[in-house]
Design a protein. Structure first.
Length: 127
């Protein structure tokens, strides 16, 4: 079975909250079948592409290795979206290959639509 790596960047201004929250997210993601590994990226303090100096006070970066299946990736994104909404602050940027999804203050319905569109880009329907 093929695997893929997703990069999850948590953007916030409270480094203690990020570390504790990221630990909870790692536990939640490890509970999903098909997730091979989730851990901090080697360079967790590098701002994501496009960030301006002074824009971000702190961020945490996780790399998740999982089976390359649309339903599993959608499940991971739902967990990440739920986690972000429970935090009620900050944002999460998810990058798989050249595709990026940003989850921030969107409603649950908006997040669902964003996730579906993202999955369609990462796993285009066969024609």
């Amino acid at each position: 079975m093929n695997t893929m790596v997703g990069r999850l960047v948590t953007v916030d201004d409270d480094d203690d909250a990020i570390e504790e929250s990221a630990h909870r997210l790692r536990r939640e993601l490890h509970q999903l079948d098909g997730v091979r590994s989730v851990g901090p990226a080697e360079s967790a303090t590098v701002a994501p592409d496009g960030a301006r100096a002074g824009e971000l006070a702190e961020l945490g970066t996780l790399l998740a290795t999982l089976a390359a299946q649309a339903d599993l990736v959608a499940g991971v994104l739902r967990v990440v979206g739920d986690w972000q909404r429970r935090r009620g602050r900050g944002r999460v940027e998810v990058r798989i290959g050249e595709h990026e999804l940003v989850l921030d203050n969107a409603t649950a319905d908006d997040q669902r639509r964003l996730i579906e569109a993202f999955i369609d880009r990462v796993f285009p329907p066969e024609r």
